[in-house]
Design a protein around this ligand. Structure first.
Ligand code: GLC
Length: 422
């Protein structure tokens, strides 16, 4: 291991000690032990954040990596659903909650999803001694979650799952939804109103899935979500193989292939050389906005011409090749915004480490180790210069958003790839 990796690992360990939340929750009588995204703004347990934290934790404390997953799955519902936020210590933060736009299943659990990074996280936590026992413990709930996604979010059975409100993609204010949501001014209040135009009618129908789909307010075959879905079904298949469930492993492998195929058939725009979300219950609409989401299928086994087109985007200085790549919106998109200290709008331009984590791997899988190395090195450099921030200016490397932000620790995993230690 390089000295650079070791310094990063020590910094992540210190951050994760500061952001650790431990206790027993009176509302469910369960113990929790997880890393929150940021003590200042996000003190609860978020789904995809927690999965990323697990990947980082596995580098230095596999016991805590497993606790992170146990806490995430502790309140899995009988139908398989896992909330995108678990408000373990809700009572301490009532004032903060008043500022969140969120749909609740119970006062302590949100009623929406986030990108299903779960199988990748479980695979990281199942490394090393005790991994098989850990898998035996958690796999039933992990499988139940993916069964739920398939049963409830893919009514047209095309292999793509639908998000039903913008925050389900984890890309809250991305410009790709502006037109679909009727956003006219790029202001926080406008996004809250747009969210309410979707969540209000959902509340009226009791957030029943069939009725939410029928309302046709926000039905999105999201490229980022479905790329992660495909990858995680494939990783789940490997985990099932490891636990001796070969039949089910085969089923998940086919499902992963079906999701990948559907992404190419329905979302790839050959003229633009980009993947675009499909929207509407009939899937006819297309969100033709170039964001980092459009590049994500590089992670998958997509045809060579698609992969080459995406690589060209990443290499293009007018699109994504900034000094600190990869910006969350193409630099020449009208919706692109430079980060500013006072903006609460996320995913409109700055560079994030979690999407870099996926893109660097995608580049390696498609034979572009040279470019992957640039992203790995620049991602670590952002943390070294500006600390663990939520996102960064792609030109100056300055950090913005939450401080002490936990998933940015994925830079450690990127450094492991740069060092070639896997
Ligand atoms: C923001 C991000 C979302 C993340 C959450 C907690 O809402 O858009 O993806 O999960 O913060 O970090």
């Amino acid at each position: 291991m390089s000295a650079r990796y070791e310094r990063m690992r020590d910094a992540v360990r210190a951050l994760y000690d500061r952001n650790r939340q431990r206790g027993t929750a009176p509302w469910c009588g369960l113990e929790y032990d997880f890393v929150c995204p940021s003590t200042g703004t996000y003190p609860f347990q978020w789904f995809w954040d927690s999965c990323f934290h697990t990947v980082a934790l596995a580098h230095f404390d596999v016991g805590r990596a497993r606790s992170e997953i146990r806490s995430l799955l502790a309140n899995a519902q009988p139908d398989g659903f896992v909330a995108h936020v678990t408000f373990w210590q809700r009572e301490r933060y009532e004032e903060m909650l008043a500022t969140y736009a969120i749909a609740y299943r119970t006062p302590y659990l949100s009623d929406c999803i986030q990108p299903p990074v779960l199988a990748e996280a479980v695979a990281a936590a199942a490394q090393g001694e005790g991994g098989d026992a850990f898998l035996a413990e958690v796999m039933p709930r992990v499988v139940a979650y993916f069964e739920w996604l398939d049963a409830r979010r893919d009514p047209d059975r095309d292999g793509l799952v639908a998000t039903l409100q913008p925050d389900e993609s984890g890309l809250d204010h991305t410009p790709k939804y502006d037109a679909y949501l009727g956003i006219e001014r790029v202001e926080h209040a406008e996004f809250t109103r747009a969210w309410e135009r979707v969540a209000g009618p959902y509340a009226e129908v009791g957030r029943d899935h069939d009725r939410m789909f029928a309302l046709d307010r926000f039905v999105c075959a999201d490229v980022l979500v479905n790329t992660i879905y495909a990858e995680n079904q494939r990783v789940l298949a490997d985990l099932l193989e490891r636990t001796g469930d070969g039949d089910r492993a085969q089923r998940y492998r086919s499902r992963a292939d079906a999701t990948t195929r559907a992404l190419v058939e329905k979302c790839y725009d050959a003229e633009a050389g980009l993947f675009y979300d499909r929207v509407g219950r009939d899937g006819r609409g297309r969100l033709r906005v170039n964001t980092v989401s459009s590049l994500m299928p590089l992670l998958l086994d997509v045809p060579a011409e698609c992969a080459q087109a995406l690589v060209r985007q990443i290499e293009d200085p007018l699109k994504y090749r900034a000094p600190f790549p990869v910006p969350s919106t193409a630099l020449d998109e009208p919706g692109y915004r430079k980060p500013t200290a006072d903006s609460k709008l996320v995913w409109r331009g700055p560079t994030w480490i979690n999407t870099n984590w996926y893109l660097a791997r995608g580049l390696r899988r498609h034979g572009r180790e040279d470019l992957a190395r640039v992203i790995e090195d620049r991602s670590a450099a952002l943390v070294e210069r500006s600390g663990f921030r939520e996102y960064y200016d792609p030109f100056t490397g300055e950090g913005f958003g939450a401080e002490g932000f936990s998933w940015t620790a994925l830079a450690l995993d990127l450094l492991a790839d740069l060092d070639g230690v896997r």
